[in-house]
Design a binder for this molecule. Structure first.
Ligand SMILES: Cc1cc2nc3c(=O)[nH]c(=O)nc-3n(C[C@H](O)[C@H](O)[C@H](O)COP(=O)(O)OP(=O)(O)OC[C@H]3O[C@@H](n4cnc5c(N)ncnc54)[C@H](O)[C@@H]3O)c2cc1C
Length: 422
């Protein structure tokens, strides 16, 4: 593995055979997350493929010429031609391997695969999920001198890192950009000494053995595990939803309703949260149009009575969204009437989607006691139904899911664990 400069690019990359080039920066958490994976892979593939690094800020002109806009960016070259995918952000080892394998013949791949020896590391505690709940547990455990590793399939920060502004986290007078709040939480925990394994695959979780298989390279064992994997909002699947998340489409009224003071809003859904949250949004918005797929809401009667008596509410039943389109500052929601097939466009300032959340429990759902909605049941110490397994934050069975409730859970679990381990 070698660091090069722009001057060497022609010789080292374009006139060489097979090359993988990492544009990195300093003070760049995703670059740090990639560094050890890149080094490990250079040992495995280094005889066949050249592993190069180039400092992006110091070689800005070349980066711009190649269209490299973020750090890290991994580029793969075969005889001077770029091949495969350009990888950026939280880069997983499996993504790098997929691209490296494009350069090698099958026989050679078999030889390389035969050389892979899984490493097994041991910690006191594994925390799965580096959102506010997991990061807080990591901070408290680390400050109690408990050897802890934080594992996340993405970069640290959880849902807060994708939230545009947070104004209800205590201690800050001004609203904080979500990415900044989560960055600060993550740096605080990292600085204490908690080990991070982020942007990794998590292939298997064995709660009884307290063992996590990251991939064929790495297994981690611990005395205790904290599950802090959060939730994922259900999506409508309508065109444009993914790209407009956080840019006109929101999944959290507590967080975003205040930005729609005197404005018009469309809400998708008809269950308890859609109806109750619509009522909350109407404290700010001048008009709320609820689009629901059935002819009646499924929310509780009291909440329904309240919104039917609310003059700001409008209702469109038997309809589903088909597309979300941004037009300047406005949002267009194209909906289809499921009885007639007729489509219409609703113009608004923003859209809220409340069609349920999914707890992220796929890897361990069969081993734990869950509530009727699939959230993990835990006691007052955040202990689950399985010995030595704790659960914190949004993935647990509870009524309110916020940053403050997740950090509270993380604190409780860490203090209970510290007491048990000490
Ligand atoms: C758009 C939006 C705006 C919000 N705004 C606010 C607000 O203003 N104020 C407020 O208090 N709350 C807000 N919330 C709610 C808040 O973000 C959550 O309550 C909080 O993030 C929950 O923290 P958590 O640690 O439980 O889970 P999360 O933040 O969801 O973090 C879970 C982490 O686990 C990781 N993970 C998932 N599966 C696995 C796995 N199998 N293995 C390893 N890691 C895994 C994820 O990558 C993620 O990093 C908002 C939520 C959304 C969606």
């Amino acid at each position: 593995m070698k660091d090069i400069t722009a001057k060497e690019f022609d010789v080292e990359v374009l006139k060489a055979g097979q090359v993988v080039l990492d544009f990195y920066s300093t003070e760049c958490p995703p670059c740090e997350a990639l560094a050890s994976k890149f080094e490990d892979l250079s040992k495995l593939y280094g005889e066949d493929i050249k592993f190069l690094k180039i400092y992006r800020q110091g070689n800005r002109e070349l980066a711009e010429k190649l269209g490299v806009k973020s750090s890290p960016t991994l580029m793969f070259f075969n005889n001077g031609k770029e091949i495969g995918d350009r990888l950026t952000g939280g880069i997983k080892r499996s993504d790098v391997i997929r691209n490296l394998n494009l350069m090698l013949k099958e026989l050679r791949l078999k030889e390389i695969n035969a050389k892979i020896k899984p490493s097994v590391s041991e910690y006191d505690v594994i925390i799965l999920g580096a959102g506010p709940g997991g990061l807080t547990a990591g901070l408290y455990l680390c400050q109690s001198k408990i050897n802890t590793v934080l594992v996340d399939i993405a970069l640290p920060g959880g849902q807060v890192s994708t939230t545009h502004e947070v104004s209800n986290y205590p201690g800050f007078i001004e609203p904080q950009a979500g990415y900044l709040l989560s960055h600060n939480m993550s740096e605080q925990t990292k600085l204490c000494g908690t080990v991070y394994k982020v942007a990794v695959d998590v292939t298997k979780v064995d709660l009884l053995k307290k063992e996590i298989i990251i991939d064929e390279f790495e297994t981690i064992k611990a005395k205790k595990i904290v599950i802090a994997t959060g939730t994922t909002p259900n999506t409508t699947g309508a065109q444009g939803e993914k790209s407009l998340k956080g840019k006109g489409i929101s999944y959290c009224a507590t967080c975003d309703a205040k930005y729609f003071d005197g404005k018009e809003v469309v809400v998708i859904g008809g269950g308890n949260s859609a109806v109750e949250e619509s009522d909350f949004i109407s404290r700010f918005a001048s008009k709320v149009t609820i689009v629901h797929q059935f002819d009646k809401f499924t929310a509780n009667k009291k909440a329904q009575d309240k919104i039917f008596a609310n003059p700001k509410m409008n209702f469109v039943f038997n309809s589903e969204p088909r597309a979300f389109i941004k037009e300047g500052d406005k949002m267009v929601t194209e909906i289809e009437n499921l009885l007639t097939g007729k489509r219409q466009k609703l113009l608004s300032d923003g859209v809220f989607i409340f069609i349920g959340m999914k707890p992220n429990i796929e890897l361990f759902k069969d081993s734990l006691q869950l509530d009727q909605w699939g959230y993990i049941k835990s006691d007052e110490n955040m202990q689950t139904s399985v010995a030595d397994i704790f659960a914190v934050g949004d993935v647990t069975s509870k009524k309110y899911r916020q940053i403050t409730t997740a950090v509270a859970d993380g604190t409780i679990a860490a203090m209970a664990i510290a007491k048990e381990l000490n």
